[in-house]
Design a protein around this ligand. Structure first.
Ligand code: SF4
Length: 474
C-alpha cells in the first residue's frame, strides 16, 4: 500500500484529538445515523436478503479460491476486446505504469472517477511528481482535494465536513483549480452542487485521459463495472480518448449472473437505494463510441499475501459498501482519519494491517480499534466476520511482540518464576498482607489509572489464605 499514511501515530493517539472535536463528532453522528437508518429500511424491503447475502459470500469465496484462473480469463477477454492488461505487484509499479501511459498520450492532466485503488497507491501524488495534474470529479472527493484534506469514509470521503465548511472551501480554493465558485455562494445543497457542476464540467469537456477503478470485473466477457450516483463517472468513462482503470485483483467475479447478486447487495448497503442511479459497463474499446484506448492495471499490493491467510482472506470479499462504518461505535466517535489509511472503520481495521503488514505503530494498533460488538458483521452484505479477523490479527500482533506485549510477557515471566518458588510466593503474600494499608487505591500509569478510576481494586485479606488454612484446617 502507499506509504502516504505510514509514520502516523497509533490509533488511540490519532483518535484522541478527534474524540474531543465536538463539531466533528456532531457531523459524523448525524451522517452515519441517517445512512444507517435508511439502509435498514432498504434492506428490510427484501424478504430474501439473507439468501442474497449468502450468495454474495459464496460467489466471492469461490472466485478467490480460483483467482488465478479468473484473472487469466479477464486478461484474455479484455485483450480480445481491444484493451491492454498490465500487472502491478505493488503501489509503486501501478503508479509507474499509469504515469508512463499518461505521458505517452502527451497530456498533463487527467480526470478521475472515485477510486479506492488509486487512493491506496497514492496515484495523485505520483502523477503530481511528474507534472501531471489529477482532477477528482466525485463531489466528496472534490471537497477533499480542494480542502487539501484526507478522505475519512469509503463512500462519503468528506463526511467530516458540514455544509458551511464546504462553502468556505469552495469559495477559497476553487479558483486555484479552475473555474471559481459563483459570487455570493451560500451553503444550500443546491447551490453547492451547482458550483461543483460548473467547476467540473469544463474539466470533463477538456480531458483526454480518464482514470478509474471498478466495482466489479466480469471474467466471462472482460467487462468492467462502475456504479455511482452523480454521473461524473459516466462522463469520465465515456468522454476521454484514453481510459486507464486501476483495479484490485479481488474485484473479479465469474459471470454476469453473479453480477446480478451484487447489483442488489451494493446499492442497498451503501446508499440505501434500490438501484444506483448510474451503472456504467464497458468491454475493451468500441469503434466510434467511448475511449479509443483502454488500459486495465491489475493491482496486487498485498492481496495475494492476504489470500494466503485462511482467516484473514475473507476481507477480500469486501465490496466497499461502507455499511460497517456507519454502524461502528468506534468509527462514529473517532472518525476516519485516525485509522491512518484510505480504508477506515471496521473494514480498514482488518484490511490495512493485512495489505501493509503490522510493522508500523498504526497498523499494529488497528486490530484493537474495535469493541468487538459485532454490529459490522451483522450488516456486512458479504458476511465478513470482522470480529473474528480482528481477534486473529490481535493474536498475530501479540506474537510479534509490540511494546505493550513485551511488558505483558515480562509480567508473565515474573509470575512463572514466583509460582515455581513456593517459599518466595509465601513470603511475598505475607509481606503484601502486612503492608495492605499502604497500597494505593489506583493503579499507576495512564491506562491502568483510567481503568481503576471506575473500578475498585480488591481488598487484600489481613492474612494470606494458606496461613489461614494451616491454622483452621490443619
Ligand atoms: S466489510 Fe462488508 S460492510 Fe464493510 S465495506 Fe466491506 S462489504 Fe461493506
Amino acid at each position: 500500500m502507499s506509504g502516504t499514511y505510514l509514520g502516523m501515530p497509533s490509533f488511540p493517539e490519532a483518535a484522541r484529538d478527534a474524540v474531543r472535536d465536538v463539531t466533528l463528532r456532531g457531523n459524523l453522528r448525524r451522517a452515519t445515523h441517517t445512512i444507517r437508518d435508511k439502509r435498514a429500511g432498504a434492506v428490510a424491503e427484501l424478504d430474501d436478503w439473507g439468501r442474497l447475502r449468502e450468495a454474495g459470500k459464496r460467489i466471492k469465496d469461490h472466485t478467490l479460491r480460483h483467482l488465478d484462473r479468473y484473472l487469466v480469463q479477464v486478461e484474455e477477454a479484455v485483450t480480445a476486446a481491444g484493451g491492454t492488461v498490465h500487472w502491478a505487484a505493488d503501489a509503486a509499479e501501478a503508479n509507474a505504469i499509469v504515469t508512463r501511459l499518461v505521458q505517452e498520450t502527451g497530456e498533463s492532466e487527467v480526470v478521475k472517477v472515485k477510486s479506492m485503488a488509486t487512493q491506496e497507491t497514492g496515484l495523485n501524488e505520483a502523477l503530481e511528481a511528474h507534472g501531471i495534474r489529477a482532477y477528482e470529479t466525485d463531489l466528496a472527493e472534490l471537497i477533499v482535494q480542494l480542502g487539501k484534506d484526507r478522505p475519512s469514509h469509503l463512500l462519503v470521503p468528506a463526511i467530516h465536513r458540514n455544509r458551511g465548511e464546504i462553502r468556505d472551501i469552495f469559495r477559497s480554493e476553487m479558483s486555484e483549480w479552475g473555474r471559481p465558485a459563483p459570487e455570493g455562494l451560500t451553503d444550500t445543497p443546491a447551490e453547492l452542487a451547482e458550483a461543483a457542476r460548473l467547476h467540473l464540467r469544463e474539466k470533463f469537456l477538456r480531458a483526454r485521459v480518464g482514470i478509474s477503478g471498478a466495482n466489479f470485473m466480469v471474467a466471462e466477457t472482460g467487462t468492467l463495472v462502475v456504479v455511482e450516483s452523480e454521473g461524473n463517472g459516466r462522463m469520465c468513462l465515456t468522454l476521454p480518448e484514453t481510459l486507464i482503470s486501476v483495479v484490485g485483483i479481488e474485484k473479479v467475479i465469474p459471470t454476469w449472473r453473479d453480477l446480478e447478486v451484487f447489483l442488489q447487495l451494493l446499492p442497498r448497503s451503501s446508499t440505501a437505494e434500490r438501484m444506483n442511479p448510474y451503472t456504467t459497463m464497458w468491454t475493451g474499446t468500441t469503434d466510434g463510441d467511448g475511449p479509443r484506448a483502454f488500459h486495465l492495471v491489475l493491482l496486487d499490493n498485498g492481496r495475494t499475501d492476504t489470500l494466503a491467510d485462511e482467516v484473514g482472506r475473507q476481507a477480500l470479499r469486501c465490496i466497499r459498501c461502507s455499511a460497517c462504518l456507519n454502524v461502528c461505535p468506534v468509527y462514529e466517535r473517532a472518525g476516519g482519519h485516525a485509522y491512518g489509511s484510505v480504508y477506515p472503520g471496521p473494514i480498514g481495521a482488518i484490511l490495512s494491517p493485512q495489505l501493509r503488514g503490522t510493522a508500523s505503530d498504526i497498523d499494529a494498533s488497528l486490530p484493537y480499534a474495535s469493541s468487538l460488538c459485532g454490529a459490522c458483521y451483522d450488516v456486512c452484505p458479504v458476511a465478513i466476520d470482522i470480529p473474528e479477523v480482528l481477534v486473529h490479527l490481535r493474536e498475530k500482533v501479540a506474537d510479534q511482540g509490540g511494546k505493550g506485549h513485551r511488558l505483558e510477557r515480562a509480567a508473565m515471566r515474573a509470575a512463572t518464576w514466583l509460582l515455581d518458588h513456593p517459599a518466595a510466593l509465601t513470603a511475598g503474600e505475607r509481606l503484601a498482607s502486612k503492608t495492605r494499608k499502604l497500597h494505593p487505591e489506583r493503579l499507576p500509569g495512564p491506562g491502568a489509572r483510567q481503568w481503576t478510576n471506575s473500578r475498585d481494586l480488591p481488598d487484600l485479606p489481613a492474612e494470606p489464605f494458606r496461613d489461614w488454612w494451616k491454622k483452621n484446617r490443619a
